[in-house]
Design a protein around this ligand. Structure first.
Ligand code: ADP
Length: 327
């Protein structure tokens, strides 16, 4: 039995802002989001821009609090921990950001940057041990120990992202959240960095929550994938199965728009489907774009439910969808 490392329970995050006329406006960035990620798994989260991926990443990293819901990490409820215990816990989860140019401080030598997360460690290591761990980390990510004395501008984009990965791994975390971690890199460099992450999972047993808008990247790296739409999780399952045979109409729109994913030569997405207008609360939030929408999709919000083995989907028409795509 695989053991869960990260259990996100009914997470909701509302942002309140004021309009020009002072009336408050609420954006629900996460909406009743529930997902469990197992130890040693690479879990991919996909969805178009604005669907709540970065909000999710910030909450999992405890950089932001949910408006409702819990994050259970390694059997502990992160947001009920006293501040001191949460700080101590931070060594177990780290993050790699998108921008390999902006995320490294140009003033500091690479060795100092990589060592930086170690300040959360309960036991502050000796200088010689820090140097040794940084050198070991640099080698683990395919760089050289001597690179610790250089500055970020002396490295290429791919090498800088390796440095960012070394920094994330220096505290030997159990979980790494990678938010669009290869999106800014050239294709060939992307492949090298993805191979490195898979290698690190093998060798160190790190669990990855890999967030991206790019399905091809997730298809290559992830064991399982979660598809997000408007703050909700609409489908999960083994990555290749989800993309080859989507059970949610939104997953199909995404897969069709990504030619490299459509292995069976399905045609790319046609003109946007006309569904049923989104007027009022409730019901399915995808119904205005859904070719399969029916009255039930207006009246009743689809909850995430288990279909065949390892697949979950939040759609009233999932059986119809699966049937249409079955070979
Ligand atoms: P993604 O990472 O998928 O692009 P985000 O999590 O950044 O999505 O944003 C989800 C939604 O929440 C968007 O509608 C965005 O405009 C809104 N949002 C994100 N951060 C804030 C904020 N600090 N204040 C107000 N709205 C925000």
């Amino acid at each position: 039995m695989t053991k869960p490392l990260l259990d996100m329970r009914r997470l909701t995050r509302d942002y309140t802002s004021s309009t020009l006329f002072g009336t408050p406006h609420v954006t629900r960035a996460l909406d009743d989001f529930t997902l469990t990620i197992n130890k040693g798994e690479i879990f991919g989260i996909v969805g178009e821009s604005g669907c709540g991926k970065s909000t999710l990443a910030r909450i999992v990293m405890a950089l932001d609090r949910p408006s409702a819901g819990n994050v259970i990490f390694d059997d502990q409820d992160l947001f009920s921990l006293p501040e001191k215990d949460l700080t101590a816990k931070r060594e177990d989860f780290q993050m790699v950001f998108q921008d390999p140019f902006g995320s490294l401080d140009p003033r500091f030598r690479v060795g100092r940057t990589i060592a930086e997360p170690m300040h959360v460690l309960a036991r502050r290591p000796e200088k010689s041990e820090i140097r040794e761990r940084v050198a070991d980390m640099l080698e683990s990510v395919g760089l050289e120990a001597a690179h610790a004395d250089r500055h970020p501008h002396e490295f290429s984009g791919g090498q800088r992202q390796r440095i960012a990965i070394a920094r994330a791994l220096i505290t030997e975390p159990k979980l790494v959240v990678a938010d669009e971690a290869v999106s800014a890199l050239d294709l060939s460099v992307q492949a090298q960095v993805l191979n490195l992450l898979m290698d690190l999972r093998e060798k160190r047993g790190v669990t990855f929550l890999f967030i991206t808008h790019n399905l091809a990247v997730v298809d290559c790296i992830a064991d399982r994938v979660g598809v997000m739409y408007r703050g909700r999780l609409v489908e999960t399952g083994p990555a290749q199965e989800v993309f080859e045979q989507p059970h949610h109409p939104y997953t199909k729109v995404l897969a069709d728009a990504e030619p490299s994913i459509t292995r069976f030569g399905r045609p790319p997405a046609k003109a946007p489907a006309t569904g049923i207008a989104l007027n009022g609360q409730g019901g399915c939030v995808f119904r205005d774009r859904c070719p399969l929408a029916v009255e039930r999709c207006v009246a009743e919000r689809p909850e995430l439910r288990t279909m065949d083995k390892g697949r979950q989907v939040a759609c009233h028409r999932a059986e119809e969808m699966a049937q249409r795509l079955s070979p």
